[in-house]
Design a protein around this ligand. Structure first.
Ligand code: ZN
Length: 279
C-alpha cells in the first residue's frame, strides 16, 4: 500500500495521499486532525478528529479501520464530523461494523452544515463551507485567532506601547487567520467562496489534466480540470497550494509536465502536486 507524502505548505506540514476513485486522506499533524479517510494510513490513526467531505467510498472507506484501531490501542474515542445529510449513513456503517466486530467501536458522529464551526481550542477551530460535487459535499477551513498590535499603534515606539500597556490599555486585538482550506471533491466554483479566497494555503483537487477527459465531462462529474485552473488562475492567490486527487490515468511524470507547461509561472511556483502513490 502506498504511503502518504509529507508536504511543507508555507511552514504547515501536511501528510497526504489522494488518488481519484482510490483513496484520499489529508493529515494535519500540528492540528491533530485529518480530512477524509478512504483507506486509513497507519499515521492517520493517531488523530482523534476526522472531517469527512462527503460519502464516496474513496473518502470514507477507512473509517471502520480508523475507529477499530483506536479502540484496540485505547487511544480515545474519535470524533467524526460530516455533512448533516450524511450523518445517518455514517452512523449506520459504524453500527454495521459493531455487529460484525462484536465490539462497541466508541466514537461520536457530528453532523454539520456550511458555516458551522467545530471548536478545537480557545484559538483554533474548523469551519465548514459548501463545495460543489455531484453529491452534497463540504470543504473545511482551519481558522486560528492571533493577538496582533492594534493597527492604529503601528509605528508607535515600543516604550510608548509598553507604557500604554502598563496603564492597563488594551494594545492588541484578535485577528482570525484562515490557515488552510481543504475543498474536498469539487468543481472550480469553490474558489469563489470568500473563505477559500481568504485562506493562506489551499488544498484543491485537480482530477483531470488534459483532453483524455473533457472539461465538460469533468464538470459533470463534479471535478476540477486543469483548464478550469488556467482560466481562473487569478483566484489562486494563496501563499502555498497543494493540487491533489489526480486521476490514476496519469503518471507522476505526466502530472509534473502538464503543470509545468500549462500554469503561468507566478502560479506554478506556489503549486505542489501530491504524487504519493503515482507511478
Ligand atoms: Zn467524490
Amino acid at each position: 500500500m502506498p504511503t502518504p507524502d509529507e508536504v511543507d505548505l508555507a511552514g504547515l506540514i501536511v501528510r497526504a495521499i489522494s488518488i481519484a476513485g482510490v483513496q484520499t486522506c489529508i493529515e494535519v499533524p500540528s492540528w491533530r486532525l485529518c480530512f477524509d479517510i478512504g483507506k486509513a494510513p497507519e499515521t492517520a490513526v493517531r488523530y482523534p478528529r476526522v472531517f469527512f467531505t462527503h460519502g464516496h467510498v474513496d473518502h470514507v472507506g477507512g473509517v471502520a479501520h480508523h475507529c477499530g484501531t483506536r479502540a484496540m490501542r485505547k487511544t480515545g474515542p474519535p470524533v467524526y464530523v460530516i455533512g448533516e445529510e450524511h450523518r445517518e449513513g455514517l452512523e449506520a456503517v459504524l453500527e454495521g461494523f459493531r455487529k460484525l466486530d462484536r465490539s462497541a467501536l466508541p466514537c461520536s458522529v457530528v453532523g454539520v452544515a456550511p458555516g458551522d464551526v467545530v471548536e478545537l481550542s480557545g484559538k483554533k477551530r474548523v469551519r465548514a463551507f459548501r463545495s460543489q460535487h455531484r453529491v452534497p459535499t463540504l470543504g473545511y477551513a482551519l481558522e486560528e485567532d492571533r493577538h496582533v498590535l492594534r493597527p492604529e499603534l503601528a509605528g508607535v515606539p515600543g516604550n510608548e506601547i509598553a507604557a500604554a500597556r502598563a496603564r492597563g490599555e488594551d494594545v492588541r486585538e484578535v485577528r482570525t487567520a484562515v490557515e488552510l482550506a481543504f475543498c474536498g471533491d469539487t468543481t472550480i466554483d469553490v474558489l469563489e467562496d470568500p473563505l477559500v479566497q481568504a485562506s493562506r494555503r489551499l488544498v484543491l483537487e485537480v482530477t483531470f489534466l488534459d483532453e483524455a477527459v473533457s472539461r465538460e465531462r469533468s464538470r459533470a462529474t463534479g471535478h476540477v480540470h486543469l483548464d478550469d485552473v488556467v482560466e481562473r488562475a487569478h483566484l489562486l492567490q494563496h501563499e502555498a497550494i497543494l493540487f491533489t486527487h489526480f486521476s490514476h490515468r496519469y503518471s507522476a511524470g505526466q502530472i509534473v509536465d502538464l503543470l509545468d507547461r500549462r500554469l503561468p509561472e507566478s502560479l506554478r511556483s506556489r503549486v505542489q502536486p501530491l504524487l504519493a502513490g503515482f507511478r
